[in-house]
Design a protein around this ligand. Structure first.
Ligand SMILES: [Zn+2]
Length: 607
Protein backbone atom coordinates (compact mmCIF):
# COMPACT_ATOMS: atom_id res chain seq x y z
CA UNK A 1 0.00 0.00 0.00
CA UNK A 2 1.30 3.48 -0.84
CA UNK A 3 -0.04 6.39 1.14
CA UNK A 4 0.26 10.06 0.27
CA UNK A 5 2.53 12.25 2.43
CA UNK A 6 0.27 15.23 1.76
CA UNK A 7 -3.16 15.86 3.09
CA UNK A 8 -6.31 16.71 1.22
CA UNK A 9 -7.65 20.09 2.27
CA UNK A 10 -9.71 20.69 -0.87
CA UNK A 11 -12.38 18.33 0.39
CA UNK A 12 -12.89 20.71 3.32
CA UNK A 13 -12.78 23.99 1.37
CA UNK A 14 -11.58 24.01 -2.21
CA UNK A 15 -9.15 26.62 -3.53
CA UNK A 16 -6.81 27.31 -0.63
CA UNK A 17 -6.93 30.38 1.60
CA UNK A 18 -8.80 32.37 -1.10
CA UNK A 19 -11.46 29.68 -1.37
CA UNK A 20 -14.82 31.04 -2.48
CA UNK A 21 -16.41 28.28 -0.43
CA UNK A 22 -14.67 29.61 2.67
CA UNK A 23 -15.87 33.15 1.96
CA UNK A 24 -19.44 31.89 1.66
CA UNK A 25 -18.98 30.04 4.94
CA UNK A 26 -17.89 33.22 6.70
CA UNK A 27 -20.88 35.15 5.36
CA UNK A 28 -23.21 32.35 6.40
CA UNK A 29 -21.77 32.11 9.90
CA UNK A 30 -22.09 35.86 10.35
CA UNK A 31 -25.75 35.86 9.29
CA UNK A 32 -26.51 32.83 11.45
CA UNK A 33 -24.86 34.43 14.48
CA UNK A 34 -26.95 37.58 14.05
CA UNK A 35 -30.15 35.58 13.72
CA UNK A 36 -29.16 33.50 16.76
CA UNK A 37 -28.82 36.74 18.71
CA UNK A 38 -32.31 37.83 17.58
CA UNK A 39 -33.79 34.46 18.48
CA UNK A 40 -32.25 34.71 21.94
CA UNK A 41 -33.53 38.27 22.46
CA UNK A 42 -37.07 37.11 21.70
CA UNK A 43 -36.89 33.90 23.73
CA UNK A 44 -38.99 33.53 26.84
CA UNK A 45 -38.83 30.31 28.83
CA UNK A 46 -42.36 30.53 30.22
CA UNK A 47 -44.07 30.89 26.85
CA UNK A 48 -41.77 28.27 25.26
CA UNK A 49 -42.92 25.65 27.80
CA UNK A 50 -43.79 22.77 27.92
CA UNK A 51 -41.95 21.51 24.78
CA UNK A 52 -39.45 24.36 24.38
CA UNK A 53 -39.33 24.30 20.55
CA UNK A 54 -37.69 27.75 20.37
CA UNK A 55 -34.95 26.86 22.83
CA UNK A 56 -34.23 23.58 21.04
CA UNK A 57 -33.91 25.49 17.78
CA UNK A 58 -31.63 27.99 19.45
CA UNK A 59 -29.33 25.34 20.90
CA UNK A 60 -29.21 23.47 17.58
CA UNK A 61 -28.24 26.66 15.80
CA UNK A 62 -25.57 27.57 18.35
CA UNK A 63 -23.97 24.15 17.99
CA UNK A 64 -24.09 24.38 14.19
CA UNK A 65 -22.35 27.76 14.29
CA UNK A 66 -19.65 26.51 16.65
CA UNK A 67 -19.08 23.44 14.48
CA UNK A 68 -18.80 25.76 11.45
CA UNK A 69 -16.21 27.89 13.23
CA UNK A 70 -14.31 24.72 14.10
CA UNK A 71 -14.39 23.58 10.48
CA UNK A 72 -13.18 26.95 9.13
CA UNK A 73 -10.63 27.28 11.94
CA UNK A 74 -9.07 23.91 11.20
CA UNK A 75 -8.80 24.79 7.52
CA UNK A 76 -7.10 28.15 8.13
CA UNK A 77 -4.69 26.66 10.69
CA UNK A 78 -3.92 23.84 8.29
CA UNK A 79 -3.11 26.15 5.38
CA UNK A 80 -0.92 28.27 7.67
CA UNK A 81 0.96 25.30 9.15
CA UNK A 82 1.75 23.81 5.77
CA UNK A 83 2.95 27.17 4.40
CA UNK A 84 4.25 29.48 7.13
CA UNK A 85 5.17 32.21 4.63
CA UNK A 86 1.61 32.57 3.35
CA UNK A 87 0.77 36.24 4.07
CA UNK A 88 -2.97 35.72 3.60
CA UNK A 89 -3.41 33.40 6.56
CA UNK A 90 -3.09 35.96 9.40
CA UNK A 91 -5.87 38.25 8.07
CA UNK A 92 -8.17 35.22 7.79
CA UNK A 93 -7.29 34.19 11.34
CA UNK A 94 -8.16 37.70 12.52
CA UNK A 95 -11.50 37.53 10.70
CA UNK A 96 -12.26 34.21 12.31
CA UNK A 97 -11.35 35.57 15.71
CA UNK A 98 -13.69 38.54 15.29
CA UNK A 99 -16.44 36.13 14.34
CA UNK A 100 -15.69 33.90 17.34
CA UNK A 101 -15.93 36.97 19.58
CA UNK A 102 -19.40 37.71 18.17
CA UNK A 103 -20.47 34.13 18.86
CA UNK A 104 -18.99 34.32 22.35
CA UNK A 105 -21.01 37.44 23.07
CA UNK A 106 -24.21 35.61 22.11
CA UNK A 107 -23.32 32.48 24.08
CA UNK A 108 -22.35 34.58 27.12
CA UNK A 109 -25.77 36.15 26.86
CA UNK A 110 -27.40 32.74 26.61
CA UNK A 111 -25.58 31.66 29.77
CA UNK A 112 -27.02 34.64 31.60
CA UNK A 113 -30.51 34.06 30.21
CA UNK A 114 -30.33 30.50 31.58
CA UNK A 115 -29.60 31.88 35.05
CA UNK A 116 -32.94 33.71 34.90
CA UNK A 117 -34.83 30.49 34.08
CA UNK A 118 -36.43 29.13 37.30
CA UNK A 119 -35.00 25.81 38.51
CA UNK A 120 -38.22 23.93 37.87
CA UNK A 121 -38.49 25.15 34.28
CA UNK A 122 -34.80 24.41 33.68
CA UNK A 123 -35.28 20.82 34.90
CA UNK A 124 -38.23 20.46 32.53
CA UNK A 125 -36.08 21.72 29.67
CA UNK A 126 -33.31 19.23 30.41
CA UNK A 127 -35.85 16.39 30.31
CA UNK A 128 -36.56 17.05 26.61
CA UNK A 129 -35.30 14.00 24.68
CA UNK A 130 -33.01 16.03 22.42
CA UNK A 131 -31.67 18.16 25.29
CA UNK A 132 -31.16 15.27 27.69
CA UNK A 133 -27.79 14.22 26.14
CA UNK A 134 -26.42 17.72 26.70
CA UNK A 135 -27.95 18.24 30.16
CA UNK A 136 -24.50 18.34 31.78
CA UNK A 137 -23.25 20.96 29.32
CA UNK A 138 -26.34 23.16 29.64
CA UNK A 139 -26.09 23.04 33.42
CA UNK A 140 -22.43 24.00 33.11
CA UNK A 141 -23.42 26.97 30.91
CA UNK A 142 -26.01 28.06 33.45
CA UNK A 143 -23.45 27.89 36.28
CA UNK A 144 -21.04 29.85 34.12
CA UNK A 145 -23.74 32.48 33.64
CA UNK A 146 -23.94 33.09 37.37
CA UNK A 147 -20.45 34.61 37.27
CA UNK A 148 -21.12 36.94 34.34
CA UNK A 149 -21.61 40.70 34.60
CA UNK A 150 -24.19 42.70 32.67
CA UNK A 151 -24.29 42.30 28.87
CA UNK A 152 -22.72 45.65 28.16
CA UNK A 153 -19.73 44.97 30.41
CA UNK A 154 -19.23 41.42 29.14
CA UNK A 155 -19.35 42.67 25.58
CA UNK A 156 -16.83 45.39 26.41
CA UNK A 157 -14.47 42.84 27.99
CA UNK A 158 -14.77 40.58 24.95
CA UNK A 159 -13.98 43.51 22.66
CA UNK A 160 -11.09 44.76 24.82
CA UNK A 161 -9.69 41.25 24.89
CA UNK A 162 -8.98 41.47 21.14
CA UNK A 163 -6.48 44.23 21.95
CA UNK A 164 -5.68 42.89 25.41
CA UNK A 165 -4.98 39.35 26.55
CA UNK A 166 -5.34 37.87 23.10
CA UNK A 167 -3.24 40.66 21.54
CA UNK A 168 -0.41 40.13 24.05
CA UNK A 169 -0.52 36.47 23.17
CA UNK A 170 -0.03 37.17 19.45
CA UNK A 171 2.52 39.84 20.27
CA UNK A 172 4.61 37.09 21.82
CA UNK A 173 4.81 35.35 18.42
CA UNK A 174 6.02 38.59 16.82
CA UNK A 175 8.67 38.98 19.51
CA UNK A 176 9.90 35.40 19.19
CA UNK A 177 10.27 35.90 15.44
CA UNK A 178 12.90 38.59 16.21
CA UNK A 179 14.99 36.34 18.47
CA UNK A 180 18.12 34.99 16.87
CA UNK A 181 20.95 33.01 18.41
CA UNK A 182 24.42 33.70 17.00
CA UNK A 183 26.35 30.43 17.12
CA UNK A 184 28.57 28.17 15.06
CA UNK A 185 27.75 25.06 13.11
CA UNK A 186 29.33 21.63 13.57
CA UNK A 187 32.45 22.69 11.62
CA UNK A 188 32.87 25.85 13.67
CA UNK A 189 31.55 28.36 11.10
CA UNK A 190 29.45 31.23 12.47
CA UNK A 191 25.71 30.84 11.88
CA UNK A 192 22.59 32.55 13.15
CA UNK A 193 19.96 30.20 14.47
CA UNK A 194 16.30 31.12 14.76
CA UNK A 195 14.69 30.54 18.16
CA UNK A 196 13.04 27.38 16.81
CA UNK A 197 16.27 25.98 15.32
CA UNK A 198 18.22 26.75 18.48
CA UNK A 199 15.56 25.11 20.64
CA UNK A 200 15.61 21.95 18.50
CA UNK A 201 19.39 21.73 18.72
CA UNK A 202 19.58 22.59 22.40
CA UNK A 203 17.34 19.68 23.28
CA UNK A 204 17.88 17.30 20.40
CA UNK A 205 21.39 17.66 18.98
CA UNK A 206 23.25 14.38 19.38
CA UNK A 207 26.55 16.05 20.35
CA UNK A 208 26.74 16.85 24.12
CA UNK A 209 29.53 19.44 23.63
CA UNK A 210 27.53 21.27 20.98
CA UNK A 211 24.53 21.40 23.32
CA UNK A 212 26.64 22.57 26.27
CA UNK A 213 28.03 25.46 24.20
CA UNK A 214 24.64 26.37 22.82
CA UNK A 215 22.98 26.78 26.24
CA UNK A 216 24.75 30.06 27.23
CA UNK A 217 24.21 31.50 23.73
CA UNK A 218 20.54 30.55 24.00
CA UNK A 219 20.18 32.18 27.42
CA UNK A 220 21.95 35.31 26.19
CA UNK A 221 19.55 35.69 23.26
CA UNK A 222 16.60 35.77 25.68
CA UNK A 223 18.48 38.01 28.15
CA UNK A 224 18.96 40.63 25.44
CA UNK A 225 15.19 40.94 25.06
CA UNK A 226 14.06 39.96 28.53
CA UNK A 227 12.41 43.30 29.28
CA UNK A 228 10.15 42.95 26.21
CA UNK A 229 9.13 39.44 27.21
CA UNK A 230 8.62 40.47 30.84
CA UNK A 231 6.31 43.31 29.71
CA UNK A 232 4.33 40.90 27.57
CA UNK A 233 3.98 38.30 30.30
CA UNK A 234 3.10 40.87 32.97
CA UNK A 235 0.40 42.50 30.85
CA UNK A 236 -1.11 39.24 29.67
CA UNK A 237 -1.31 37.97 33.25
CA UNK A 238 -2.43 41.38 34.50
CA UNK A 239 -5.31 41.47 32.01
CA UNK A 240 -6.32 37.98 33.09
CA UNK A 241 -6.20 38.79 36.80
CA UNK A 242 -8.27 41.95 36.29
CA UNK A 243 -10.79 39.90 34.32
CA UNK A 244 -10.96 37.35 37.14
CA UNK A 245 -11.31 40.06 39.76
CA UNK A 246 -14.16 41.70 37.83
CA UNK A 247 -15.95 38.34 38.02
CA UNK A 248 -15.31 37.95 41.74
CA UNK A 249 -12.57 35.32 41.30
CA UNK A 250 -9.60 35.60 43.69
CA UNK A 251 -8.04 32.20 43.15
CA UNK A 252 -6.24 32.14 39.77
CA UNK A 253 -6.40 28.34 39.65
CA UNK A 254 -10.18 28.28 39.96
CA UNK A 255 -10.90 28.86 36.25
CA UNK A 256 -8.19 26.52 34.89
CA UNK A 257 -9.47 23.76 37.18
CA UNK A 258 -13.06 24.42 36.18
CA UNK A 259 -12.17 24.38 32.48
CA UNK A 260 -10.59 20.97 33.05
CA UNK A 261 -13.60 19.85 35.07
CA UNK A 262 -11.37 18.66 37.89
CA UNK A 263 -11.07 19.41 41.59
CA UNK A 264 -8.24 21.13 43.45
CA UNK A 265 -7.93 17.95 45.53
CA UNK A 266 -7.22 15.82 42.45
CA UNK A 267 -4.50 18.25 41.34
CA UNK A 268 -2.99 18.21 44.82
CA UNK A 269 -2.94 14.41 44.80
CA UNK A 270 -1.27 14.29 41.38
CA UNK A 271 1.52 16.65 42.48
CA UNK A 272 2.01 14.65 45.65
CA UNK A 273 2.35 11.45 43.63
CA UNK A 274 4.78 13.19 41.28
CA UNK A 275 6.91 14.70 44.07
CA UNK A 276 7.00 11.47 46.08
CA UNK A 277 7.92 9.37 43.06
CA UNK A 278 10.51 11.31 41.13
CA UNK A 279 13.66 9.83 42.60
CA UNK A 280 13.79 7.00 40.06
CA UNK A 281 13.69 9.59 37.26
CA UNK A 282 16.55 11.51 38.87
CA UNK A 283 18.47 8.20 39.04
CA UNK A 284 17.71 7.72 35.35
CA UNK A 285 19.08 11.23 34.58
CA UNK A 286 22.24 10.46 36.59
CA UNK A 287 22.69 7.26 34.62
CA UNK A 288 22.18 9.13 31.40
CA UNK A 289 24.81 11.65 32.52
CA UNK A 290 27.22 8.79 33.24
CA UNK A 291 26.65 7.42 29.74
CA UNK A 292 27.50 10.88 28.41
CA UNK A 293 30.66 10.84 30.53
CA UNK A 294 29.41 13.34 33.10
CA UNK A 295 28.65 13.31 36.80
CA UNK A 296 25.42 15.32 36.47
CA UNK A 297 23.21 15.96 33.49
CA UNK A 298 22.76 19.56 32.37
CA UNK A 299 19.47 21.18 31.35
CA UNK A 300 20.51 20.56 27.73
CA UNK A 301 20.96 16.79 28.28
CA UNK A 302 17.59 16.04 29.81
CA UNK A 303 15.80 15.23 26.54
CA UNK A 304 18.88 14.49 24.47
CA UNK A 305 19.19 11.34 22.37
CA UNK A 306 21.70 8.68 23.39
CA UNK A 307 23.81 7.57 20.49
CA UNK A 308 25.56 4.53 21.81
CA UNK A 309 27.89 2.52 19.60
CA UNK A 310 25.82 0.02 17.63
CA UNK A 311 22.50 1.77 18.25
CA UNK A 312 21.65 2.01 14.59
CA UNK A 313 18.18 3.53 14.65
CA UNK A 314 15.55 1.73 12.65
CA UNK A 315 14.38 3.86 9.75
CA UNK A 316 10.73 3.71 8.69
CA UNK A 317 9.24 4.70 5.37
CA UNK A 318 5.86 6.40 5.77
CA UNK A 319 4.11 3.26 4.51
CA UNK A 320 6.01 1.09 6.97
CA UNK A 321 5.05 3.46 9.77
CA UNK A 322 1.41 3.24 8.73
CA UNK A 323 1.52 -0.55 8.67
CA UNK A 324 3.30 -0.65 12.05
CA UNK A 325 0.73 1.61 13.71
CA UNK A 326 -2.26 -0.18 12.21
CA UNK A 327 -0.88 -3.55 13.29
CA UNK A 328 -0.12 -2.57 16.90
CA UNK A 329 -3.26 -0.47 17.36
CA UNK A 330 -5.11 -3.59 16.25
CA UNK A 331 -3.67 -5.64 19.11
CA UNK A 332 -5.55 -3.37 21.52
CA UNK A 333 -8.52 -2.32 19.48
CA UNK A 334 -9.57 -3.25 15.93
CA UNK A 335 -11.59 -0.01 15.83
CA UNK A 336 -8.50 2.08 16.52
CA UNK A 337 -6.71 0.24 13.72
CA UNK A 338 -9.60 0.81 11.32
CA UNK A 339 -9.66 4.55 12.08
CA UNK A 340 -5.90 4.84 11.51
CA UNK A 341 -6.21 3.04 8.19
CA UNK A 342 -9.09 5.31 7.19
CA UNK A 343 -6.98 8.39 8.03
CA UNK A 344 -4.09 7.16 5.86
CA UNK A 345 -6.36 6.17 2.98
CA UNK A 346 -8.37 9.40 3.00
CA UNK A 347 -5.33 11.68 3.23
CA UNK A 348 -6.04 13.22 6.61
CA UNK A 349 -2.30 13.56 7.27
CA UNK A 350 0.32 16.11 6.17
CA UNK A 351 3.66 14.43 6.87
CA UNK A 352 6.08 15.52 4.14
CA UNK A 353 9.58 16.56 5.26
CA UNK A 354 10.14 19.88 3.47
CA UNK A 355 10.98 23.54 4.16
CA UNK A 356 8.29 26.12 4.85
CA UNK A 357 6.30 24.02 7.29
CA UNK A 358 5.56 24.98 10.89
CA UNK A 359 7.39 22.98 13.58
CA UNK A 360 5.63 20.44 15.78
CA UNK A 361 2.58 18.31 15.29
CA UNK A 362 -1.13 18.60 15.95
CA UNK A 363 -4.52 17.07 15.26
CA UNK A 364 -7.71 19.02 14.81
CA UNK A 365 -11.14 17.72 14.05
CA UNK A 366 -13.39 18.86 11.24
CA UNK A 367 -16.71 18.68 13.08
CA UNK A 368 -18.97 19.31 10.09
CA UNK A 369 -17.69 16.36 8.12
CA UNK A 370 -16.74 14.13 11.09
CA UNK A 371 -13.13 13.94 9.92
CA UNK A 372 -9.77 15.03 11.30
CA UNK A 373 -6.54 16.45 9.97
CA UNK A 374 -3.08 15.70 11.34
CA UNK A 375 -0.03 17.88 10.84
CA UNK A 376 3.56 16.76 11.39
CA UNK A 377 6.93 16.35 9.69
CA UNK A 378 7.83 12.72 9.19
CA UNK A 379 11.57 11.97 8.93
CA UNK A 380 11.35 8.21 9.50
CA UNK A 381 12.62 7.94 13.08
CA UNK A 382 10.90 5.71 15.64
CA UNK A 383 10.07 8.95 17.49
CA UNK A 384 8.15 10.21 14.46
CA UNK A 385 6.19 6.98 14.38
CA UNK A 386 5.25 7.57 18.03
CA UNK A 387 4.22 11.15 17.23
CA UNK A 388 2.07 9.93 14.38
CA UNK A 389 0.49 7.35 16.70
CA UNK A 390 -0.09 10.15 19.24
CA UNK A 391 -1.97 12.33 16.74
CA UNK A 392 -3.94 9.36 15.41
CA UNK A 393 -4.97 8.67 19.02
CA UNK A 394 -6.46 12.18 19.10
CA UNK A 395 -8.21 11.47 15.81
CA UNK A 396 -9.65 8.26 17.24
CA UNK A 397 -11.07 10.19 20.20
CA UNK A 398 -12.74 12.63 17.79
CA UNK A 399 -14.11 9.82 15.68
CA UNK A 400 -15.86 8.01 18.55
CA UNK A 401 -17.66 11.17 19.65
CA UNK A 402 -18.41 12.54 16.17
CA UNK A 403 -22.07 11.45 16.28
CA UNK A 404 -22.74 13.21 19.61
CA UNK A 405 -24.16 16.75 19.83
CA UNK A 406 -21.39 19.33 19.37
CA UNK A 407 -21.55 20.45 23.01
CA UNK A 408 -20.85 16.85 24.04
CA UNK A 409 -17.66 16.95 21.96
CA UNK A 410 -16.14 19.76 24.00
CA UNK A 411 -13.76 17.71 26.08
CA UNK A 412 -11.19 19.59 28.15
CA UNK A 413 -7.44 19.68 27.69
CA UNK A 414 -6.64 17.23 30.49
CA UNK A 415 -8.68 14.39 28.99
CA UNK A 416 -7.77 15.49 25.46
CA UNK A 417 -4.35 13.92 25.93
CA UNK A 418 -5.79 10.59 27.07
CA UNK A 419 -6.41 8.90 23.74
CA UNK A 420 -3.30 10.42 22.17
CA UNK A 421 -0.97 9.25 24.93
CA UNK A 422 -2.66 5.85 24.81
CA UNK A 423 -1.96 5.55 21.08
CA UNK A 424 1.60 6.74 21.58
CA UNK A 425 2.28 4.28 24.41
CA UNK A 426 1.13 1.33 22.32
CA UNK A 427 3.49 2.21 19.49
CA UNK A 428 6.43 3.28 21.68
CA UNK A 429 6.28 -0.07 23.49
CA UNK A 430 6.03 -1.92 20.19
CA UNK A 431 9.12 -0.02 19.00
CA UNK A 432 11.08 -1.14 22.06
CA UNK A 433 9.94 -4.75 21.58
CA UNK A 434 10.96 -4.69 17.92
CA UNK A 435 14.52 -3.50 18.74
CA UNK A 436 17.17 -5.86 17.39
CA UNK A 437 20.03 -4.98 19.78
CA UNK A 438 20.46 -3.83 23.38
CA UNK A 439 21.95 -0.56 22.19
CA UNK A 440 18.88 0.16 20.08
CA UNK A 441 16.63 -0.80 22.98
CA UNK A 442 18.48 1.61 25.30
CA UNK A 443 18.08 4.45 22.84
CA UNK A 444 14.35 3.75 22.40
CA UNK A 445 13.64 3.56 26.14
CA UNK A 446 15.65 6.75 26.52
CA UNK A 447 13.38 8.44 23.95
CA UNK A 448 10.35 7.07 25.77
CA UNK A 449 11.56 8.72 28.99
CA UNK A 450 11.09 12.18 27.43
CA UNK A 451 7.43 12.09 28.45
CA UNK A 452 7.76 11.18 32.13
CA UNK A 453 10.77 13.49 32.56
CA UNK A 454 8.77 16.31 30.97
CA UNK A 455 5.70 15.61 33.11
CA UNK A 456 7.32 14.91 36.50
CA UNK A 457 10.20 17.37 36.34
CA UNK A 458 9.97 19.99 33.58
CA UNK A 459 6.23 20.68 33.71
CA UNK A 460 6.34 20.42 37.49
CA UNK A 461 8.88 23.27 37.41
CA UNK A 462 6.70 25.26 35.03
CA UNK A 463 3.69 24.86 37.31
CA UNK A 464 5.69 25.92 40.39
CA UNK A 465 6.98 28.93 38.48
CA UNK A 466 3.61 29.97 37.09
CA UNK A 467 1.85 29.66 40.45
CA UNK A 468 4.48 31.80 42.18
CA UNK A 469 4.54 34.29 39.31
CA UNK A 470 0.76 34.80 39.52
CA UNK A 471 0.97 35.22 43.28
CA UNK A 472 3.54 37.95 42.84
CA UNK A 473 1.77 39.53 39.86
CA UNK A 474 -1.32 40.01 42.01
CA UNK A 475 0.76 42.49 43.99
CA UNK A 476 3.10 44.10 41.46
CA UNK A 477 4.80 44.07 38.08
CA UNK A 478 7.42 41.35 38.14
CA UNK A 479 10.89 42.32 36.91
CA UNK A 480 13.00 40.15 34.57
CA UNK A 481 15.46 39.50 37.41
CA UNK A 482 12.62 38.25 39.60
CA UNK A 483 11.25 36.10 36.79
CA UNK A 484 14.68 34.52 36.27
CA UNK A 485 15.00 33.82 39.96
CA UNK A 486 11.51 32.33 40.24
CA UNK A 487 12.22 30.07 37.28
CA UNK A 488 15.65 28.99 38.43
CA UNK A 489 14.35 28.09 41.89
CA UNK A 490 11.38 26.21 40.43
CA UNK A 491 13.69 24.19 38.18
CA UNK A 492 16.09 23.37 41.01
CA UNK A 493 13.22 22.29 43.22
CA UNK A 494 11.53 20.15 40.56
CA UNK A 495 14.79 18.54 39.42
CA UNK A 496 15.89 17.88 43.01
CA UNK A 497 18.96 20.18 42.58
CA UNK A 498 20.36 17.38 40.44
CA UNK A 499 21.32 19.25 37.25
CA UNK A 500 24.62 20.98 36.51
CA UNK A 501 22.95 23.74 34.41
CA UNK A 502 19.47 25.27 34.21
CA UNK A 503 17.51 27.52 31.88
CA UNK A 504 16.34 30.54 33.91
CA UNK A 505 14.84 32.20 30.82
CA UNK A 506 12.39 29.39 30.18
CA UNK A 507 9.65 31.86 31.19
CA UNK A 508 10.51 33.79 28.00
CA UNK A 509 11.34 30.92 25.65
CA UNK A 510 8.33 28.73 26.43
CA UNK A 511 5.28 29.61 24.35
CA UNK A 512 2.92 27.93 26.81
CA UNK A 513 3.15 30.80 29.32
CA UNK A 514 1.81 33.14 26.63
CA UNK A 515 -1.27 31.23 25.52
CA UNK A 516 -4.31 33.40 26.21
CA UNK A 517 -6.80 30.56 26.42
CA UNK A 518 -6.66 28.33 28.45
CA UNK A 519 -4.51 29.58 31.31
CA UNK A 520 -2.05 27.28 33.09
CA UNK A 521 -1.09 25.31 30.02
CA UNK A 522 0.83 22.75 32.07
CA UNK A 523 -0.93 20.60 34.66
CA UNK A 524 -3.54 19.24 32.19
CA UNK A 525 -0.64 17.53 30.37
CA UNK A 526 0.44 15.79 33.54
CA UNK A 527 -3.12 14.75 34.28
CA UNK A 528 -3.62 13.45 30.73
CA UNK A 529 -0.36 11.53 30.71
CA UNK A 530 -0.88 9.84 34.07
CA UNK A 531 -4.58 9.24 33.38
CA UNK A 532 -3.69 7.55 30.12
CA UNK A 533 -0.96 5.46 31.77
CA UNK A 534 -3.50 4.29 34.35
CA UNK A 535 -5.88 3.28 31.58
CA UNK A 536 -3.06 1.59 29.67
CA UNK A 537 -2.16 -0.38 32.79
CA UNK A 538 -5.80 -1.44 33.05
CA UNK A 539 -6.03 -2.35 29.37
CA UNK A 540 -3.11 -4.72 29.80
CA UNK A 541 -4.89 -6.50 32.65
CA UNK A 542 -8.37 -6.58 31.12
CA UNK A 543 -9.30 -8.59 28.07
CA UNK A 544 -11.70 -6.93 25.59
CA UNK A 545 -11.00 -3.45 26.82
CA UNK A 546 -12.13 -1.77 23.60
CA UNK A 547 -15.81 -1.21 24.44
CA UNK A 548 -15.00 0.07 27.92
CA UNK A 549 -12.39 2.43 26.49
CA UNK A 550 -14.74 3.84 23.86
CA UNK A 551 -17.50 4.29 26.46
CA UNK A 552 -15.05 6.30 28.58
CA UNK A 553 -14.00 8.48 25.64
CA UNK A 554 -17.64 9.16 24.75
CA UNK A 555 -18.24 10.54 28.24
CA UNK A 556 -15.19 12.85 28.29
CA UNK A 557 -17.31 16.02 27.90
CA UNK A 558 -20.26 14.77 29.89
CA UNK A 559 -19.16 14.80 33.52
CA UNK A 560 -16.36 15.82 35.86
CA UNK A 561 -13.13 13.88 35.47
CA UNK A 562 -13.60 12.45 38.95
CA UNK A 563 -17.02 11.09 37.92
CA UNK A 564 -15.60 9.85 34.62
CA UNK A 565 -12.92 7.81 36.38
CA UNK A 566 -15.39 6.51 38.94
CA UNK A 567 -17.96 5.48 36.35
CA UNK A 568 -15.68 3.84 33.78
CA UNK A 569 -12.69 2.70 35.81
CA UNK A 570 -14.13 2.43 39.30
CA UNK A 571 -11.34 4.55 40.78
CA UNK A 572 -11.10 7.65 42.98
CA UNK A 573 -8.87 10.30 41.42
CA UNK A 574 -8.48 12.21 44.67
CA UNK A 575 -6.57 9.22 46.07
CA UNK A 576 -3.04 8.25 44.98
CA UNK A 577 -3.68 4.55 44.13
CA UNK A 578 -4.88 4.93 40.53
CA UNK A 579 -2.06 7.34 39.67
CA UNK A 580 0.50 4.98 41.19
CA UNK A 581 -0.53 2.24 38.72
CA UNK A 582 0.71 4.52 35.95
CA UNK A 583 3.89 5.36 37.82
CA UNK A 584 4.61 1.63 38.12
CA UNK A 585 4.73 1.34 34.31
CA UNK A 586 7.36 4.09 34.05
CA UNK A 587 9.36 2.50 36.86
CA UNK A 588 9.37 -0.74 34.88
CA UNK A 589 10.89 1.07 31.89
CA UNK A 590 13.53 2.78 34.03
CA UNK A 591 14.43 -0.53 35.68
CA UNK A 592 14.96 -2.07 32.24
CA UNK A 593 17.07 0.96 31.21
CA UNK A 594 19.21 0.56 34.33
CA UNK A 595 19.64 -3.18 33.76
CA UNK A 596 20.67 -2.71 30.14
CA UNK A 597 23.08 0.15 30.83
CA UNK A 598 24.69 -1.35 33.97
CA UNK A 599 27.48 -3.13 32.10
CA UNK A 600 28.25 0.00 30.04
CA UNK A 601 28.79 2.16 33.11
CA UNK A 602 30.69 -0.54 34.99
CA UNK A 603 33.11 -1.12 32.14
CA UNK A 604 33.62 2.65 31.80
CA UNK A 605 34.42 2.92 35.52
CA UNK A 606 36.75 -0.08 35.37
CA UNK A 607 38.91 1.51 32.71
ZN1 LIG B 1 -1.57 15.68 21.99
Amino acid sequence: MTYSLNWDLDSLFSGGIHSAQLKTKFTQLKTDTASLGDLLDRWDAASDAPDFPQFRKLITQLQAIEAGIGQAGLFITAVGSADIQNPDVAPMEARLQTLSTQVKTVSDKLEKVLVQVPDKTFTAMLAQPDLQPIAFNLTEMRDEGKELLDDKTENLINQLNLDGKSAWSSHYDSLVATVSVPFHDASGNPVTLSAGQADNNLLGNADPTYRAHLLPAWEKAWTDKEQLFADTLNHLAGFRLTEYKAHGIDDFLQEPLKQNRMSAQTLKTIWRVVDDNKQFLLDYLDRKAALLGKKHAGWQDVEAPLNLPGSQEHHFTFDEAAAFIIKHYGEFSPKMAALAQHAFEHRWIEAEDRAGKAPGGWMESAPETDESRIFMTFTGSPNDVSTLAHELGHAFHSSVIGDLPFLRQGYAMNVAETASTFGELIVADANVKAATSDAEKISLINAKMDNPVAMFLNIRARFLFETRFYQLRQKKLVTPAELNELMLNAQKEAFGHDLSTYSPHLWASKLHFYIDEPAFYNFPYVFGYLFSLGIYAKAQQTGNFEDQYIALLRDTANMSTEDLAQKHLGVDLTQPDFWLNGVALIKRDVAEFMRLTDPLVKSANGR
